[in-house]
Design a protein around this ligand. Structure first.
Ligand SMILES: *[C@@H]1O[C@H](CO)[C@@H](O)[C@H](O)[C@H]1NC(C)=O
Length: 441
């Protein structure tokens, strides 16, 4: 892509996001904050080059000679392929401040990418080495200043602090002691509550541990689901949920007292409706919606914004047929408008409101997709499955936002409001057209 064209797309996309943000009622302050963040990224990006950006160059030369059959993939919606890892990426996580994407790989490194340069030609990243081991899972701490990893050989949690040096660069420091080993079966997922009150680890043998941040076990859960395929902490940090062989998804509340002391893990509610085992589930960012994908050949959308203490059950909002298989993952965009489901090396994107299949991405990776998630603004869908990280434009999300603005327009009372919405719809549509008209490379 020409630099000028790339620039134009970047600007237009920026404009679209601001417009969409305005349409959903984001405050000016938040937008100002984003602009300030952008300046900080530029500063970080400038010093993040060094060893991280040298390596891919060498790899490129090597790959031309020795590995001519490397997996190639192109697609209209592909915004970027992040390539610095020299072995398969196994996990991705966005920081809750929206600035960073973390990835870990079998190359014994964790990489921290700046989300602001996804649309740039170069993708710089910071590198943290995992000494004498490698990380298979990575999750940011709520303050985005640390991350936790699951050690493949150590079979436990290691915490890394991101230390911002005076010159604005980062260094990474592993905490002096890893957590004690507890799990006796392969690990499924780890999580850290947005409240900063606990860490969760879950393994296939139906055991979940709840830890404090120092590495002491607060509680253990037996999910009683025969085997588990997925477990996660909700974005609000109140709940832990699991799924597996049985057709239900079980949700627990991790309860703390007023003084912040741990009290108990209590059953909250179940998602009941699938007729076979559940591969995976995901939450919307406010934890009021969940989506599940099952062996029964459907995905289901749930309203989980219920008073379960008054015996209210979650409402089933939608059931949609889909292709899935053992290892399928599901992602729900932060605003709950788009559902993405992986099946082997493929991804399908659906409208959550209509259930319509909107995009199909085939052969995204050379191996099975092992992570799939939206960025916190819902602009991008990212996934991993080989050495590269694929970043896609969330065009179904843009279309859904435009549809919602059109609905608002129909209900709008005053003329000024109508005109503003009309202008926003026109601008959003033309920005979307630009993404779709960009050359595929
Ligand atoms: C969830 O995402 C939407 C859309 O991106 C945003 O407007 C909202 O503030 C987010 N809510 C939370 C709790 O993060």
């Amino acid at each position: 892509m020409e630099v000028a064209a790339l620039f134009a797309v970047t600007l237009l996309l920026g404009a679209l996001v601001v417009l969409v943000a305005l349409a959903v009622g984001r405050r000016k302050e938040e937008i100002r904050e984003e602009i300030e963040q952008a300046a900080e990224f530029a500063a970080i990006g400038g010093v993040a080059k060094g060893p991280a950006s040298k390596k891919p160059k060498q790899e490129k030369q090597r790959s031309r000679k020795d590995k001519p059959s490397q997996h190639t993939f192109s697609h209209q919606l592909l915004a970027a392929s992040l390539k610095s890892h020299s072995a398969n990426v196994t996990c991705l996580d966005f920081s809750s401040n929206g600035k960073y994407l973390a990835s870990c790989a079998e190359d014994r490194t964790v990489r921290i990418w700046s989300t602001k340069d996804f649309l740039d030609r170069e993708h710089k990243c910071l590198r943290a080495n995992v000494d004498l081991d490698y990380a298979t899972l990575v999750r940011f701490s709520p303050d985005s200043r640390a991350f936790i990893t699951w050690l493949a050989n150590g079979d436990t949690i290691r915490i890394f602090k991101m230390i911002k040096k005076e010159d604005g660069t980062f260094s990474f420091k592993a905490s002096s002691e890893d957590f004690p080993q507890k799990h006796k079966a392969p690990i499924l997922n780890i999580g850290i509550a947005e409240t900063g009150k606990f860490i969760m680890t879950a393994s296939t043998d139906t055991s979940i541990y709840i830890w404090d941040l120092k590495g002491d076990v607060l509680a253990s859960i037996n999910t009683n689901q025969i085997t588990n395929s997925y477990a996660a902490v909700s974005p609000c940090g109140r709940f832990v949920a699991s799924c597996g062989f049985t057709p239900d998804v079980k949700v627990w509340e991790v309860c703390f007292g007023k003084g912040g002391e741990f009290k108990e893990v209590a059953r909250a509610f179940d998602l009941k409706g699938h007729s076979a085992g559940v591969h995976a589930f995901a939450f919307s960012n406010d934890s009021r919606r969940m989506v599940t994908v099952s062996k029964d050949g459907t995905w289901k959308l749930w309203n989980t914004d219920v008073e379960y203490k008054k015996q209210q059950d979650p409402y089933l909002l939608k059931t949609v047929p889909c292709v899935s298989s053992e290892g399928s993952l599901v992602a729900l965009s932060p605003d709950g408008r788009v559902v993405a489901i992986s099946d082997g090396c493929n991804v399908a994107m659906y409208s959550a409101a209509t259930g319509q299949l909107e995009e199909e991405l085939h052969g995204v990776h050379s191996e099975e997709i092992n992570d799939l998630r939206f960025d916190i603004n819902g602009r991008f869908l990212v996934c991993s499955g080989d050495k590269a990280i694929r970043v896609f434009h969330n065009t179904p999300g843009y279309r859904a936002a435009i549809r919602d603005m059109q609905d608002m327009l129909k209900k709008a009372q005053n003329e000024a409001m109508k005109q503003r919405l009309q202008q926003q719809i026109r601008d959003a549509q033309s920005s979307l057209d630009t993404v779709l008209a960009a050359p595929v490379d």
